[in-house]
Write a protein that binds this ligand. Structure first.
Ligand SMILES: [Zn+2]
Length: 490
């Protein structure tokens, strides 16, 4: 495989216009490539400016020079764990077979290593040696052809950045090339994989990239520290923490890319979090929501995965599962002593804001289901035996059973005394459609269970039954809550 520094085409000698100055302004253009964009923001950080637009030839060269200096630090390190060895270790994930880590490295002197690195990262002398083709990313004049050594895996494993024999590679201009070199500063590297967060919201991207660059440079300075093994969904959790620490509205979806350009195991996995989910999670950091957020996060836990980590994972992969897990958790909390868990009341504001903002359930329909839940709660708390409540929870295992339950209880509701001002129909047509015919009927049924628990909690219902009856109810709650997410653990 022709993967060596010879793949790049250095600009030929000769007097001409500088390849960088010839590009005009802005020097670094943001393109449609997430990795190029993240790299451009990382370059801006390295140059001490806030946005890539602000990079001029001087600050751009300063940023490229800083990256080269960081790589030169590795020349005296024999292995990644030695002082200055951070980028040597990182090179396996980002730049396999590059000038920083050639096969013959162990036989080279530090000066020889430095010479190779400087040649690899050198700015083209002028436009004379340029191939006369447009840059793949920005369309401006490319300064050469590039391959896996410079381009981190950015499409999919099917589009590995390996250059086929006889193929010249990908044409890139020098600023886009430098942005790809800078992208690893914005990534968190562990477990042999780099995780990088991208968003089309430039302000958010600028902030998370800045934090990542500071963190990477600190790690590079202090060296690899073998910390505790990251917990499950650590990368998703890091995104959640960054989101909740962000002070402005999120205006675009987020994309978490986890990739490796390594020779042995190249990979790219991309997960997207929608803008409404991101913005809702951010809203949970507001002072009035913070304590409720802790309660909500706890409802997401499994024996294998801590609650907040699973909340982060579900926010990416299955936002609807957050509600299912929360209701499932409440059902599991039912004990002989505490039939209606206090969380049913605590969680209400966040559950309903989540229904509006994330699941985009119509606000009027949510109110309909809450009204229905109050009627159901009035029926269930008619006496203090736990049996009717148990039957309702059991009916929720299957849509057909719940439908039958409503048919039978509708008669009770009609003929027995009702709370004042209640309508005679227990399940009006519109409510029936939401629960059984709507495309999100499962979410509506889960919301109904939540709202019934909430209404019973509000009414202070305290059933009295034999220990056996109450134990039976708890076992049933386990069955009902187990069916709903079908998720694998981390
Ligand atoms: Zn370009």
């Amino acid at each position: 495989m022709p993967e060596s520094e010879e793949e790049t085409v250095p600009a030929g000698p000769g007097a001409g216009t500088s390849a960088v100055e010839a590009l005009g302004t802005p020097l670094v253009v943001l393109t449609s490539s997430p990795l190029q964009r993240v790299g451009a923001f990382a370059l801006a950080c390295l140059a001490g400016v806030t946005h890539p637009d602000e990079l001029d030839a001087t600050s751009f060269r300063q940023a490229v020079g800083a990256m080269t200096a960081d790589l030169v630090m590795t020349t005296t390190a024999a292995k990644p764990t030695d002082e200055g060895g951070f980028w040597l270790g990182a090179s396996y994930a980002y730049w396999p077979n590059s000038a920083i880590n050639p096969t013959a490295r162990s036989r080279q002197s530090p000066a020889q290593r430095e010479e190779l690195i400087r040649r690899w990262r050198a700015e083209p002398a002028d436009t004379a040696g340029m191939p006369g083709v447009p840059c793949t990313y920005c369309g401006r004049a490319a300064c050469g052809w590039f391959g896996k050594v410079d381009i981190p895996l950015g499409a999919s494993v099917a589009h590995r950045n390996t250059t086929a024999p006889g193929h010249q590679g990908t044409p890139l201009c020098y600023p886009c090339l430098a942005a790809l070199w800078a992208f690893p500063y914005a990534a968190a590297l562990f477990g042999g994989r780099a995780a990088v967060l991208h968003s089309w919201d430039d302000a958010f991207l600028a902030q998370v990239t800045r934090a990542a660059v500071v963190s990477t440079r600190r790690t590079a300075l202090l060296g690899w520290v073998k910390g505790p093994k990251p917990g499950p969904y650590a990368r998703e959790l890091a995104v959640l923490v960054a989101l909740r620490g962000y002070g402005r509205p999120i205006r675009a979806p987020l994309e978490l890319l986890v990739l490796s350009n390594s020779n042995k195991d190249p990979s790219l996995v991309s997960q997207e979090m929608s803008q409404p989910v991101a913005e809702w999670l951010r809203s949970t950091a507001r002072s009035q929501n913070r304590s409720t957020y802790r309660v909500l996060a706890a409802t997401q836990a499994t024996p294998q995965v801590p609650g907040e980590a699973f909340l982060a994972k579900r926010a990416f992969s299955r936002p609807a599962a957050i509600l299912h897990a929360a209701v499932g958790h409440l059902l599991k909390r039912i004990t002989a002593e505490v039939l209606i868990p206090p969380e049913a009341l605590t969680l209400a504001p966040l559950v309903y804001s989540y229904c509006h903002e994330v699941l985009t359930l119509d606000e009027k329909d949510v109110e309909r289901v809450r009204d229905l839940a109050r009627r159901v709660a009035a029926l269930l708390s008619r006496d203090d035996r736990p049996g009717p409540f148990r039957d309702f929870i059991r009916a929720n295992t299957r849509a057909g059973d719940l439908h039958n339950w409503f048919r039978s209880k509708g008669v009770d509701w009609l003929v027995l005394p009702r709370p004042q001002d209640s309508p005679p129909v227990l399940l009006p047509v519109r409510d029936y459609r939401l629960l059984f015919e709507d495309e999100r009927s499962r979410a509506w049924r889960r919301l109904l269970v939540f709202a019934v628990l909430e209404a019973l909690g509000e009414a202070g219902w305290q059933p009295r039954g034999s220990q056996e009856e109450l134990r039976e109810l708890r076992d049933l709650a386990d069955t009902v809550s187990a069916d709903d997410t079908g998720e694998e653990a981390a």
